[in-house]
Design a protein around this ligand. Structure first.
Ligand SMILES: O=C(O)[C@@H](O)C(=O)CO
Ligand code: MG
Length: 258
């Protein structure tokens, strides 16, 4: 049975961020993920996790200057020092929060730029991270983002991310398989799951096209959950969706899995 993690960047937004830990625990979650921890001291987050018997399973490296269009900097040529600073900070938080996975954000490739140069910069920076995280047993995740959500992100297709994982060639680097983006770009989700089997170490879910609860739209998630069980997937499934209304009102789908 999948282990579901509440995504506190998207779920329980009825309450302020630090109150979402308790809200998730009360709703029956044992695991949480969220985009960025950096606005809060490590101790504050650690206490929230401990007080609510929750395990943190994923967060991302910093986004950079979001107003200026950045969404990570690790693929941007000339920004290696910023990328390494973000990776080092992420490692500090991962160790403090006992978090087993960190997603390294590549950033966008502006149209007309040299894609190969961005790709190589990302490969080099992820190798730097992989070697730093490896002694601590922390996995690095790379995610493809669909163009309707983040145009010109370094990778849009799961196959591009898979190629990067293979080129980076480190034991602790994996695909972050977000089925919402995968359906938007690649489709064919059952076969895709088989193709990526062993290469992905974290899953995220949401309906398509609305990015709501996984109980509507194009994807039959009951089938996907069975498929993940069938292949023996042991990682977490992050609930990265925007609830249709109040978060708890939309948790009917979660009842059988509590
Ligand atoms: O799917 C997403 O958008 C996220 O998982 C993320 O980490 C960055 O955009
Ligand atoms: Mg995602």
């Amino acid at each position: 049975m999948p282990k579901f993690a509440a995504n506190l960047s998207m779920m329980f937004t009825e309450v302020p961020f630090l109150a979402r830990f308790e809200a998730a625990a009360k709703a029956g979650f044992k695991y949480v993920e969220y985009l960025f921890p950096y606005d809060y001291p490590k101790d504050v987050l650690k206490t929230k996790l401990q007080d609510n018997d929750l395990q943190q399973v994923l967060f991302n490296t910093a986004a950079g200057d979001v107003q200026a269009g950045e969404w990570g900097v690790s693929a941007i040529p000339g920004r290696e020092a910023d990328s390494h600073r973000d990776i080092d900070l992420a490692l500090e938080y991962a160790l403090a929060l006992n978090c087993p996975n960190v997603h390294i954000m590549s950033g966008v490739v502006p149209p007309g730029e040299n894609y190969a140069k961005y790709k190589q910069t990302f490969i080099d920076n992820v190798r730097y991270a992989a070697d730093k995280f490896q002694p601590h047993g922390i996995k690095i995740l790379l995610e493809a983002l669909s163009p309707q959500v983040k145009p010109n992100y370094l990778t849009a297709s799961q196959f591009q991310t898979l190629e990067l994982v293979d080129l980076i060639d480190r034991d602790n680097v994996f695909v972050q398989l977000d089925y919402f983006h995968a359906q938007n770009v690649d489709g064919n989700l059952t076969r895709l799951t088989d193709t990526l089997n062993g290469k992905f170490a974290h899953v995220q879910i949401a309906s398509v096209p609305e990015r709501h609860e996984p109980d509507e739209g194009e994807i039959n998630y009951r089938h996907i959950f069975d498929k993940l069980d069938e292949i023996g997937y042991e990682g977490w499934v992050g609930c990265e969706y925007n609830p249709r209304g109040k978060t708890t009102d939309g948790l009917g789908w979660f009842k059988p899995y509590k």
